[in-house]
Design a protein around this ligand. Structure first.
Ligand SMILES: C[S@@+](CC[C@H](N)C(=O)[O-])C[C@H]1O[C@@H](n2cnc3c(N)ncnc32)[C@H](O)[C@@H]1O
Length: 250
């Protein structure tokens, strides 16, 4: 038999247990939850993937310089006015290695230079369009190197200039493709990452774009390497301090 005091204690415990604490309201940081995610590989065109990368990494309204604008394919599906776009190209007389911007001025630089360099000839006819951009076949880039080294040189010099004009935490979006040059496998994206990290960029993301049509091929007696049907978008950001971590745009 419980005393009155013991019974009171039991009752109050039961009451306490019966009333669960109201659950704290679930709060979601940075807006509504969504399962519309951006993925790391697509079999879609640059014009469909590029806006997703911009959306993930660059705040709307940011000043973005596309320094190899070409025909502006990247921007086809980006709503007009979403960013303050500065579009330039060597064809309009602006070299990506000497940009008309002040130090630390821009929020984002987009860079898609010609990424193959071959001397032409039967095995390489599909690449001939890239030749116009290099000194040893034509004019324009005045690189000191040839072939793959010329490609890398342009990526490196363009990267240095992008680093100069970007603000701290500014985003650098780079398009590239690996290539086999003189029968040697050249993983351009790895070489670029190593060079850019030395300059003070942090490599933050990598997107693979798989062609959904067959790349041009010439007949070969014995195939040595896989014929490439993919390219990359690499995302870097400028870090003035090695301890910083990437923070998504709010
Ligand atoms: C692969 S295309 C870029 C395509 C572009 N992203 C688009 O969406 O249409 C390469 C471009 O780089 C430009 N280019 C080559 N060398 C350059 C340089 N040194 N400075 C600036 N642009 C350059 C070429 O004129 C060409 O338009």
């Amino acid at each position: 038999m419980k005393t009155k005091a013991e019974q009171k204690k039991t009752d109050s415990l039961a009451t306490f247990r019966a009333k669960p604490k109201p659950q704290a309201k679930r709060t979601v940081k940075n807006g509504k939850p969504s399962n519309e995610l951006v993925f790391s590989a697509y079999t879609e065109g640059n014009d469909s993937v590029f806006p997703r990368i911009l959306g993930l990494y660059v705040k709307p309204g940011s000043v973005v310089a596309d320094v190899t604008y070409g025909k502006g394919v990247f921007w086809r599906d980006v709503p007009e006015g979403a960013y303050q776009l500065r579009a330039t190209d060597l064809q309009d007389g602006i070299d990506c290695r000497k940009l008309p911007y002040k130090d630390n001025e821009l929020d984002c630089v987009v860079f898609d230079p010609p990424y193959m360099h071959t001397p032409g000839g039967s095995a390489h006819t599909v690449h001939n369009q890239f030749e116009d951009h290099y000194r040893n076949n034509s004019t324009g880039n005045r690189t000191n190197s040839k072939y793959h080294e010329a490609v890398l040189e342009l990526y490196i010099e363009g990267g240095k200039e992008a680093h100069r004009v970007l603000r701290n935490r500014g985003v650098f979006i780079v398009k590239c493709q690996d290539e086999v040059c003189a029968n040697r496998q050249r993983f351009t994206h790895v070489e670029i990452m190593a060079a850019y990290e030395k300059m003070g960029f942090v490599a933050e993301d990598l997107f693979v774009i798989v062609r959904n049509n067959r790349p041009g091929v010439s007949r070969v007696v014995q195939q040595v390497h896989a014929r490439k049907n993919h390219s990359y978008f690499l995302v870097f950001w400028k870090s003035n301090n090695g301890k910083q971590r990437w923070e998504p745009p709010q």
